[in-house]
Write a protein that binds this ligand. Structure first.
Ligand code: HQG
Length: 182
């Protein structure tokens, strides 16, 4: 489990590597990679304590494996969850399992059943193979509801699915006809 300070470090990394790299003068390439030395220097200038050891501790204790370090050890990226406009990761396209799950809050249900699942500010809709993970995701916004998605049937009808390196499934949009709330 993660300590409070490591959790803060993880949240800082999510913020700059997914959403606002420019907040610390950082540049992400189109695959989402940031230079680790530049990340540490940008954090220092913003008054955030960060070093390689802290980054490594976050990597080692992260249940969701949110971040990936390049093989040469010089770069880091978030595996998924981006909203940053300059990032467009080329995820491998995969055939999904029969069902995938999405956790959300009960108050969003009416809108979701009308419009389908939309990515919002992020680049994709996030789905998981694991119902329990979906419950935890939904809890972040209120009373959780888990939607069961007919992923394989979507795939058979031409919808594309991508698998991030941390096991999170991504797609562009889930139309209401493939959603079940029960
Ligand atoms: C909802 C976490 C109304 C959607 C997780 C969600 C994930 C709609 C919210 C990752 C809607 C967007 C992403 C519609 C979707 N009407 N609401 N038509 N379509 N929504 O945070 O999936 O811990 O951008 O249900 O594990 O909650 O950050 O997406 O509630 O993988 O690493 O709009 O974040 O990972 O919220 O979470 P988000 P998400 P981390």
């Amino acid at each position: 489990h993660m300590s409070k300070s490591l959790e803060d470090t993880s949240k800082f990394l999510s913020y700059v590597l997914r959403h606002e790299p420019q907040a610390i003068g950082l540049t992400l390439d189109s695959e989402g990679w940031a230079d680790i030395a530049a990340l540490i220097e940008g954090a220092r200038q913003a008054g955030t304590i960060l070093n390689r050891d802290l980054i490594q501790q976050v990597m080692d204790t992260s249940d969701k494996k949110r971040f990936t370090i390049s093989e040469d050890g010089l770069r880091i990226r978030a595996a998924q969850g981006h909203s940053a406009k300059t990032v467009a990761i080329t995820y491998p396209e995969k055939i999904p399992t029969e069902f995938l799950y999405h956790g959300t809050a009960a108050r969003f249900l009416e809108s979701i059943l009308k419009e389908g699942l939309r990515p919002g500010k992020r680049h994709h809709v996030h789905l998981t193979q694991d119902e329990q993970t979906a419950v935890a995701v939904g809890q972040r916004y209120g009373k959780p509801v888990v939607l069961k998605i007919e992923a394989l049937r979507m795939h058979q009808q031409g919808f594309k699915f991508f698998l991030a390196e941390n096991g999170v499934w991504l797609t562009d949009w889930v139309p209401p006809e493939f959603l079940n709330a029960d």
